[in-house]
Ligand binder design. Structure first.
Ligand SMILES: [Zn+2]
Length: 270
């Protein structure tokens, strides 16, 4: 634990998806080499995880995952997500000297299966999730969205053993502007992005799935299954304006080039 803020970027699995499944009506048949990242923020006051990656248990044995299994995952994304060469979030953070029980906060951008996979490994942490996301995850009207929310991932948050703070809108973690949750709904009902202030790198925005890639930001492209496409575009524009105003760098979860531009742990962005 140093006296400055450091940001680490990890990958929990590769995800080769069809381009048009994430970019509405664009380049049908093409594939895109994406990934399932998560981040660790080492702040002088606390250790903060942003998302928990994809569950390796889900990918390896969907039928047995969680209390009710997730057999739909096999038909849905099992061939696209590859975890063989990766370790779960709770294991990878040990590479930078952090044990799962050292994590004080887990900020969830949203609860889709590629972001909420290792939640149950952090029973000591305080989870910060938008109230709208917690409610929406339970039963989205859209059956495609329902497939992206797996009870085995986040059901444990209902356990009295887990500390969940349902946040409403903007949330400044330390009251000093160094780590802030910014609501960016649209991809899902309660999606949020995270803004981090670093000494050398300046303002860094972890966009999550507000938009999937730079091209999506530039051309206002959303996945066909977005909770609310118009809301997602408004969130993307607000974030784009924040990036311009603060002269920030924005890293979108599924943009491979964004991820590769970040240092590989144990190196960090400072
Ligand atoms: Zn998502």
């Amino acid at each position: 634990m140093g006296d400055s803020v450091e940001l680490y970027a990890f990958n929990s699995g590769d995800w080769e998806y069809e381009y048009s499944s994430m970019m509405r009506l664009q380049r049908p048949g093409d594939s895109y080499p994406s990934l399932c990242p998560f981040y660790l923020i080492d702040h002088p006051e606390a250790t903060v995880l942003v998302d928990t990656g994809v569950s390796h248990d889900l990918v390896e044995n969907p039928a047995e995952y969680g209390a009710y299994g997730a057999p739909h995952f096999e038909a849905f994304a099992a061939d696209e997500i590859h975890t063989e060469e990766f370790r779960p979030a709770s294991e990878q953070i040990r590479d930078v000297g952090v044990d799962p029980e050292d994590v004080d906060f887990v900020v969830m951008t949203h609860l889709h299966l590629d972001h909420a996979g290792d939640v149950d490994s952090f029973p000591e942490a305080e989870f910060l999730v938008q109230q709208d996301e917690l409610a929406y995850a339970w039963w989205p009207a859209d059956p495609i969205q329902r497939k992206l929310y797996v009870e085995g991932d986040f059901g444990v948050l209902r356990s009295p053993e887990f500390d969940v703070t349902a946040i409403e809108g903007h949330h400044d973690l330390f009251g000093d502007g160094s780590v802030e949750c910014v609501p960016t709904p649209g991809h899902t009902a309660g999606h949020q992005s995270v803004v981090v202030e670093l000494d050398e790198a300046g303002t860094v925005v972890l966009g999550g799935d507000v938009a999937f890639t730079d091209e999506a930001v530039e051309r206002d492209l959303q996945p066909p299954f977005a909770w609310d496409t118009e809301e997602a575009l408004r969130s993307t524009r607000r974030l784009r304006d924040l990036v311009r105003r603060e002269d920030a760098d924005c890293y979108l979860a599924h943009d491979r080039e964004h991820h590769e531009a970040l240092p590989t742990p144990p190196e960090s962005l400072e």
